[in-house]
Design a protein around this ligand. Structure first.
Ligand code: ACO
Length: 303
């Protein structure tokens, strides 16, 4: 072996995700953030020269196609077994608990939660049960592994899951930009026996579309949906990331501020338990997140 480095690759760098529209035009191309759950903690691929891996997704069905190219592969006599890229990735590219040959999903049939425009571009947020869009969900599961630390496949057929999908609409075609899943936990309340406490589980804006405000739009649309649903008593977030914490704090704080909560005469230190309790049932935040927003408001007042 001449130069050992030529045969070793960082999996995140040599894998590309490519979204392709129905005409075959490339919509966007980006790299995964994490591959440790697929290729091990070192996220390294061995045994190929000039390795290039593309997972191409055809929109809107998200049907994937794996394309692996390299200029040379280590011979069996070398004693090193090259990473079995095709076989390993194929295991994760489709959730095999979903029956094959499901009816294709017509995105236009999924209920629209909210639409918005940004820079003369059109977006919509759709809400569905993952099982109702199984034909798409079977492929979407991999994104949670590739972009969310600690992300895992969800049980598509558990009716307690809801998925919110963010699409950009260009020339009547739907282009995926992000999604969020939430799980309905039971919440006991003596006055409301069918109350739930949804927990946001996986929240993703595809990398090329981050930092354009879509995460905030998606989060606010989901929260408004929770606030309007009388069954939802409180909502929370599972294993958040630093970036998502920042987004959540900013959106929750702005929402409470727009309700004039921080200018109310009762908003002074020490905050009374009665005031906290009376406000919390309407805004549906868990105690810790509500206090966090109050803390941000006090810090800003002091400045
Ligand atoms: N121009 C420039 N900056 C902008 C614009 C704009 N038009 N609009 C918003 N921003 C800024 C915001 O002010 C914010 O700045 P800050 O980071 O300094 O606070 C930043 O961009 C991000 O805000 P959004 O654009 O609303 O959020 P984004 O669409 O980037 O989504 C998210 C954030 C969801 C964390 C995204 O980065 C992501 O998907 N990351 C990878 C996966 C991940 O970590 N998901 C969360 C895991 S935790 C869980 O799933 C429960």
């Amino acid at each position: 072996m001449s130069n050992l480095d030529e045969w070793i690759h960082n999996a995140n760098e040599c894998i590309s995700i490519v979204l392709i529209n129905e005409k075959g035009d490339i919509d966007c191309k980006f790299h995964p953030t994490f591959t440790y759950s697929i290729f091990g903690d070192s996220e390294v691929l061995y045994g190929y020269k000039n390795l290039n891996i593309e997972i191409q997704y055809v929109l809107p069905s998200m049907t994937p196609e794996l394309k692996v190219t390299y200029s040379d592969r280590l011979a069996p006599e070398s004693g090193v077994e090259p990473t079995n890229v095709d076989q390993t990735l194929s295991i994760y590219m489709r959730d095999d608990r979903v029956p094959e040959n499901l009816e294709p999903v017509n995105i236009r049939d999924i209920p629209v939660l909210e639409s918005y425009s940004f820079d003369e571009r059109k977006f919509c947020i759709l809400k569905s049960k993952p099982s109702d869009i199984g034909a798409v969900m079977q492929y979407l599961q991999l994104f949670s592994l590739l972009f969310i630390e600690g992300g895992s496949f969800i049980d598509i057929f558990d009716p307690k899951w809801t998925i919110y999908l963010l699409y950009e609409i260009k020339d009547e075609q739907y282009y995926l930009r992000g999604y969020c899943t939430a799980y309905d936990y039971y919440k006991w309340d003596k006055e409301k026996t069918d109350g739930v406490r949804p927990r946001i589980s996986q929240f993703l804006i595809l990398p090329p579309f981050q930092k354009e405000g879509h995460g905030s739009r998606l989060y606010n649309a989901i929260v408004n949906n929770f606030l309007q649903d009388p069954k939802v008593l409180e909502f929370s977030v599972e294993d958040s990331s630093e970036a998502f914490d920042a987004l959540r704090d900013r959106c929750d704080f702005q929402r409470l501020k727009s309700l004039n909560l921080f200018t109310s005469p009762e908003f002074h230190l020490p905050l009374s338990k009665e005031w906290l309790h009376s406000q919390r049932s309407a805004i549906k935040l868990p105690p810790r997140q509500f206090l966090r927003c109050c803390e941000i408001a006090f810090t800003m007042k002091l400045k």
